[in-house]
Design a protein around this ligand. Structure first.
Ligand code: ZN
Length: 145
């Protein structure tokens, strides 16, 4: 993809993500109220192709996304990876520092999965790109242990 085409593609993707965020905020408001919505969410693209599938930095409300994977798996990436990362920010908004009743909760624990279910995705672990990449897209929707 040429550099101009790439810029247009990413701009379009950013717009789609903004729409997705509004959608998710509406779901949160309906289910949990305003307080559950993360403050302004920033998006950064990782350009080193392949280190991460997606990553959420809760202290800065930033979601890191892999540009190469976005180009390759646009729809899937938006509907699953992006939503998954956003759910991490939501959990941290509800339980700052991932602390619930004085106890550290797990990244992909029951609280996280509950939010994912609200958004219509599985709360499976996100970090193993190699593992995910070895399956056809449709099969990656199945939660893996
Ligand atoms: Zn995750």
């Amino acid at each position: 993809m040429g550099i101009v085409k790439k810029k247009i593609f990413l701009k379009t993707f950013l717009e789609l993500m903004s729409k997705k965020i509004v959608e998710m905020e509406t779901i949160l408001k309906e289910n949990l109220g305003e307080y559950s919505i993360p403050e302004r969410v920033l998006t950064r693209f990782c350009l080193d192709e392949g280190g991460i599938l997606g990553k959420a930095a809760c202290h800065t409300n930033t979601i890191y996304l892999d540009q190469y994977l976005i180009e390759r798996y646009k729809e899937y990436y938006l509907k699953h990876t992006f939503v998954h990362e956003y759910a991490h920010l939501v959990v941290n908004t509800i339980y700052p520092g991932h602390i619930k009743d004085g106890v550290l909760i797990s990244d992909h624990g029951i609280e996280f999965r509950k939010i994912c279910q609200m958004f219509g995705i599985y709360g499976d672990a996100c970090s193993d790109l190699e593992y995910l990449s070895s399956f056809p897209l449709e099969q990656r929707l199945v939660p893996h242990s």
